[in-house]
Design a protein around this ligand. Structure first.
Ligand code: CMC
Length: 428
């Protein structure tokens, strides 16, 4: 079966069926409007494929996640974040020479222009770090205007990619330092990506700072787990913004904003805030579960459910283990962790959650892990952005390399039909 037949008012139209390498099938409807005058309607894109992509394979029913064909479990165990970044962006695992070159270039791009430091002085002390991140990334385009050219030069694109991956960690760590009123710490080329980030976050000029290797490796794993997730809200935003040929910086800044929302990356911050609220209200997890089931309230259990994982989130399984290791290493005794465990148990044995396949997602555990590492709650979504950056870049690059047209969905108009303007004096 290579086509499907559509009967419109007695007239048959044949639509091609396309099939992905993992056997996923889709009806190709790009010619639908011209042949039938109809469009499709699918708010939230629950049944709509927006592109063909060779980056990430995700099977939500069976809890499978692969980057460029490699299972997430293998990458999380054996690879590093920068190697995964290379894999996502360029399509294959790098050889030693390529990896060394990629890592060294990223290491050497971590400084940000000194003038950008002044921007931090303009943000209010309570500025959310995601707002700072989005605007600082957007500001990078003003320092590197060559990235705005519509005709892409592959070498310039590579430099922009390296600049972004390198500078995002400095921008993120400095936004934290500034929010605390601490002096910023300059990146250290002798340190690897995660060690350097932890150093810029937690070192002080007044004392020695040693990176804990268990913490650094846990962070690296977290970034790997977040590195891509196919056509999610922020990746689609990056592709959509980039489809107008806006610069890569502009597209990534749009992605940061899309990630910020509590239904997407913002959920990890909300998880911690929810656990804190449960603690303040007497640690009654059952009451929270009941509140989440109550349809008259908009409250949801944050960190539960997923648009595509309807069985389990493979990232959550990995991060749960890493989380236990870090808590043991640091000897953390965190009451919020006990609440998280009871909440997980209560929800997983509740028919409402079981029937709707609502399982803990990656954000449920990542928040707990970030907290144990000492990352402040407001920075959680920034950490997600750090991890997701290579995925966004890969999605943008694929879209541009494939010469995809500008994204421009249709709509079904449901507003007023034509009506005549009424003078202000005649409007009751
Ligand atoms: N708590 C309580 N009820 C829920 C929850 C939840 N966390 N999630 C979904 N439901 C219910 C929802 O009310 C609906 O019930 P009914 O069928 O009776 O109307 C049903 O489950 C299906 O939910 P949906 O909203 O149609 O599912 P969706 O695919 O549109 O939403 C989601 C997916 C992730 C936005 C949603 O599950 C949610 O809001 N979860 C909490 C926020 C969260 O943890 N987000 C992080 C996602 S993972 C990180 C990432 O990849 O971005």
């Amino acid at each position: 079966m290579n086509t499907v037949k559509l009967n419109v008012n007695g007239k048959e139209h044949e639509l091609p069926l396309i099939e992905g390498t993992e056997g996923e099938k889709a009806i190709e409807i790009s010619g639908l409007r011209s042949s039938t005058g109809l469009i499709t309607s699918d708010t939230g894109y629950k049944s709509t494929g927006s592109t063909k992509s060779a980056i990430t394979y995700l099977d939500g029913e069976n809890g499978i996640l692969r980057y460029r064909g490699y299972p997430i479990e293998q990458l999380a165990e054996k690879s590093t974040f920068l190697e995964v970044a290379y894999l996502l962006v360029y399509g294959n695992l790098p050889g030693k020479v390529e990896l060394d070159d990629f890592v060294s270039k990223i290491t050497r791009h971590t400084l940000i222009h000194e003038d950008m430091k002044k921007f931090y002085e303009g943000y209010p002390a309570k500025a959310h770090p995601m707002g700072v991140l989005a605007s600082m990334i957007s500001a990078l385009s003003t320092f590197y205007p060559e990235a705005q050219k519509s005709d892409l030069d592959p070498e310039e694109v590579d430099t922009t990619i390296r600049r972004l991956i390198a500078k995002i960690s400095t921008i993120a760590a400095w936004s934290y330092k500034k929010s605390q009123g601490f002096p910023v710490m300059y990146p250290q080329n002798r340190l690897n990506y995660c060690d350097n980030f932890l150093y810029m976050m937690f070192a002080q000029p007044t004392e020695d700072y040693e990176v804990n290797p268990v913490v650094s490796r846990a962070l690296d794993t977290l970034l790997i787990l977040h590195a891509d997730h196919e056509q999610n809200c922020s990746a689609s935003t990056v592709r959509m913004a980039g489809s107008s040929h806006a610069s890569l910086y502009a597209a990534i800044s749009s992605g940061v904003c899309a990630l910020w929302g509590p239904l997407h990356g913002g959920a990890n911050q909300q998880v911690l805030e929810m656990l804190e609220q449960i603690r303040k209200e007497g640690s009654d997890v059952k009451m929270m579960v009941e509140r989440a089931k109550d349809k008259s309230s908009s409250f949801r259990l944050m960190g539960f459910g997923h648009r595509v994982y309807k069985n389990f989130d493979p990232r959550a399984n990995i991060i749960k283990k890493v989380c236990d290791e870090v808590l043991e290493e640091l000897g953390t005794d965190d009451p919020l962790l006990d609440i998280a465990k009871s909440l997980e148990e209560a929800a997983l044995s509740d028919s409402y959650f079981v029937e709707r396949n609502l399982y803990p997602n990656v954000d449920f555990y990542s928040g707990i892990l970030y907290r144990a590492i000492g990352i402040p709650t407001e920075m959680f979504t920034v950490m997600f952005a750090l991890g997701r950056l290579p995925g966004w870049i890969a999605q943008w690059k694929e879209m541009r390399d494939n010469n995809e047209p500008i994204s421009r969905p249709r709509q079904i108009y449901v507003g007023h039909t034509k009506r005549d303007y009424v003078e202000l004096s005649n409007r009751g």
